[in-house]
Design a protein around this ligand. Sequence first.
Ligand code: NAI
Length: 344
Amino acid sequence: MKVAFFDAKPYDKPSFDRFGKEAGVSFKYFETKLNEDTVELAHDVDAVCVFVNDTVNAAVIDRLVEMGVRTVALRCAGFNNVDMKYAHGRVHVLRVPAYSPYAVAEHTMAMLLTSIRRIHKAYIRTRDFNFSLAGMTGFDLHGKTVGVVGTGRIGRVFIDICRGFGMKVLAYDKFPAQGLDNGDTIRYVELDELFRNSDIISLHCPLTEDTYHLVDAETLEKCKRGVVLLNTSRGALVDAEALLAGIKSRKVGAACLDVYEEESDFFFEDFSGHILEDDTLARLISMPNVIVTSHQAFLTEEALSNIAQTTIENLVTFQKTGECPNELCFRGGCAEDCKTGKCF
Ligand code: NAI
């Protein structure tokens, strides 16, 4: 099987080549992202393999179908970059639902600790032999309340980590997990209560029409003064302009962002030496209480290996049987992952 692999990075190739060779799948690697202009590169392949910032919209889907390419293998969990309604009945969309929830949850905690204990500042200071502690005061996580939006695979691992720190958890999910709420240290609440009563808020839900700008000026208004916002899920869950305003007004105490609404123009690329065109991103990065990583929460050895293995298993299983347990299952009108696996 021949697969066009878009948005290829050097760290992708070793594991995809290794597992691909074993399974008889060969990859044509393209550094460019998939979009209307680059879709022609898929003219002689059986499937395309795409990542978070490739565009699989109606125009791309139409051209893929014209070229006889009916399989889109996402090498990620999120699928907001695919027009799923349009894909229905035209192309089959396979994804990697879980590769290492630990990678993302641990990165989220790493960012939180870095931020509130000023590790990023201390690293720079001590390298300069500046051993002053001025401005380094942090706060204990023990006893604080963390609001977790989305209690799926990553959200639940993050809750476990927070519980290890002795934090209380307020959780919200459109589909609450059975048995998670213990009526005491972990409680499901409405979003409004979560926003009002959390010291730290961490987003682990998918980006859908429901969750677009879940954190905006109105929701930030409800939050405690000094709230810490963590977003390692999808950029557009947060209205970046509203966040910037919240930081300037001191309502938001700190923000840790692994994702950004307009990240596809910048993240994963080297812009050092250039003038950053996005004023909001530049201003956010310039804030002493904002930490930005460029969508790297997934990037562990374990996750890369699992991503390659599952993507290739998906492709091979689908080619052999015409079915795949990791095919995204959407009816035309269904707005989110219905989890039945049956309705496509
Ligand atoms: P999951 O599917 O296991 O969990 C998502 C949870 O969100 C589910 O429990 C679902 O019921 C819930 N949910 C759906 N709609 C909701 C809504 N409107 N409000 C509140 N909750 C809602 O997904 P998983 O593996 O935990 O991933 C979560 C998100 O993390 C992904 O959607 C993706 O955007 C992001 N992600 C980020 C990565 C990174 O490198 N920064 C890597 C992998 C995933």
